[in-house]
Design a protein around this ligand. Structure first.
Ligand SMILES: *Cc1c(COP(=O)(O)O)cnc(C)c1O
Length: 367
């Protein structure tokens, strides 16, 4: 749980040379994922004896850091991914921010970092949008402002223990579709020789090290024409867990849907949770259970499994055409996106862009 915190006062130190309007408009025309950043960043400092303090909006720029800063040596780092959506009337919204705040707290707990109170998390998004709202693209071609809150161990000390000074920061980047191919089914590489998370490890925490652990397999996947990697359980390489940054769903011919159960090694995706709710709303059964690679191979080959999709904030919902490893290919690269996949994607993005009724009160207005 978050610790007791006196209300925080925000200071704004605005950039003396923000991006010229014309340059920003040019970037917003066709933003690449995570390549351009807005004019400001959020900084909130935590110290063991003071708690969270010094909350401010600062010009976007490098972090001045001592080479002995703990994060550089022991990887004490956590992050979140959340988007800001512009609606037709010009207002700016975000999706389930208190769920991201709660997950950041859980990640902090696991990585021995201080837990940022939910209120500061939500306020930090409002503060950033208050100064950089012009960076939220018009609602066309799935453009959004991708927001990256993160927390780092910022104590200058090489001893191995939880840092006594930490920084929470937020940066933001206008983005277009995550996969440049549009909603065309992607190919996924099955990691047979590397795992991202083990029992009682850090798989449930959104921490940089999990991503570092996934990159070797991802490079192998790229070399084999795949755009993401699927990880199996580390112990037996039998059960499907998730992709490097997305959760997985399997749609069966008889109508039910299955997704790997959260057993401590899988990231608790907020998109995953929302998709489960949307599927159940339709009266469709969702089974959260163990799913084996053997079951998926047999199901795709027999036609029992009719759709596979991945989901996460960055890529929303992405159809999967085939699963590949050095040993086999399951499914087909030119499969059409499945019916449920496409319709869930339309519903979820509709809720986010304010064109479909928000039955679950997921959207929070930022500006
Ligand atoms: C962030 C992330 C997801 C997706 O989570 P969302 O909350 O839906 O964005 C899935 N898997 C991993 C490993 C992640 O880091």
């Amino acid at each position: 749980m978050s610790e007791q915190q006196t209300p925080i006062v925000w200071e704004r130190h605005l950039s003396a040379n923000p991006t010229p309007d014309a340059e920003r408009e040019r970037i917003l025309e066709n933003p690449a994922f995570g390549a351009n950043f807005t004019d400001h960043q959020i900084v909130v400092v935590w110290e063991k004896d003071k708690g969270w303090h010094s909350a401010s909006v600062e010009p976007y720029g490098p972090i001045l850091m001592d080479p002995s800063a703990a994060v550089l040596h022991y990887g004490q780092e956590i992050f979140e991914g959340i988007k800001a959506y512009r609606h037709q009337d010009g207002s700016i919204w975000t999706f389930r921010p208190t769920a991201n705040a709660a997950r950041l707290q859980k990640s902090a707990h696991r990585m021995a970092l201080p837990e940022l109170p939910t209120e500061i998390f939500v306020d930090s998004l409002r503060e950033l949008i208050a100064v950089d709202g012009a960076w939220v693209p018009e609602p066309v071609n799935e453009k959004t402002l991708y927001i990256r809150p993160f927390e780092i161990a910022a104590e200058n000390f090489l001893g191995v223990r939880a840092a006594q000074r930490a920084e929470y920061r937020v940066i933001a980047s206008p983005v277009g579709p995550y996969f440049t191919g549009g909603i065309k089914p992607v190919s996924i590489w099955i990691a047979l020789e590397s795992a991202r998370a083990g029992r009682h490890g850090t798989g449930e925490a959104k921490t940089g090290g999990n991503y570092a652990a996934s990159l070797l397999a991802q490079m192998e996947g790229y070399d084999n024409g795949c755009s993401q990697v699927m990880f199996l359980d580390a112990e037996s390489a039998t059960y499907i867990e998730e992709l490097g940054g997305m959760n997985l769903f399997f749609v069966f011919k008889d109508g039910h849907v299955a997704t790997p159960s959260l057993d401590g090694t899988i990231l608790r995706g907020i998109t995953r949770d929302s998709v489960i709710t949307l599927i159940k709303d339709r009266g469709i059964e969702v089974q959260e259970r163990k799913v084996t690679l053997d079951e998926v191979r047999a199901g795709v080959n027999s036609g029992e499994i009719v759709e596979i999709f991945a989901c996460g904030t960055a890529a929303v919902i992405t159809p999967i055409g085939q699963l590949k490893s050095r040993e086999e290919t399951i499914g087909s690269a030119d499969a059409e996106p499945g019916e449920l996949t496409v319709s869930l994607r339309r519903e979820l993005t509709g809720i986010q862009y304010g064109t479909v009724e928000d039955r679950h009160n997921w959207m929070v207005k930022l500006s």
